[in-house]
Design a protein. Sequence first.
Length: 253
Amino acid sequence: MRRFEGKVAVITGAGSGLGAASARRLHAEGAVVVITDRVRDRGEVVAAELGERAEFRALDVTQEAEWIEVLDAVVAKHGRLDVLVNNAGVGVVGDVESTTLEQWRFVHAVNTEGTFLGCKHAIRLMKPRGGGSIVNVSSVAGMIGAPNLAAYCSSKGGVRTFTKSAAIHCAKSGYGIRVNSVHPAFIDTPMVDKMVQGSKDPEKAKANLAKSIPLGRIGDPEDVAAAVAYLASDDAKFVTGTELLVDGGMLAI
């Protein structure tokens, strides 16, 4: 099935993890995929792997000027922007007492402000064409609290409710732009691996993460990519402002 034939998608943080998996999924379904990442080397590797209909553009999502430059260049080259996946994200382990203000601001700059900037400028370019789809990658941590992820929980909670605000704005403005969020649990990505490796017993820590999920395993990046593809596609044409859990039943308990 090639649901994105003739469409152009921009994905942030696509040099690894969920972003790379989403890029591969949308590309496999026919999209022209623009892979963006702050780290040029890894983004270029993914673009080279995909080959035709894939390209890399450097982007620091905290910088508004870079957003404008990248998205305007995409539309100038391809004539359109159909999908934006706001995936770039960072995490810092720390509770409310140990988290520094610098860490707090860094996490929010990437996760929340980066998502805001992406939506703001994607909407600017999508609305003249009468539609588009934005998928914001949040987390189960944006819906429940984790004591050692104070800044991350706050930032992903912000993504969750901001998504709803943007979705209703676009709907009531008649733009034809849908905005939704995806909420993964623990997924086998470099971010989760870094968290696990930082524990005293990484093997035990990873096993405990799997046990916390009713389906009994850590998720695969492809599990989230499938959800992203659904929300980005016309199969979800009557879906906006929603939050799609990809959590193995974690929040059903």
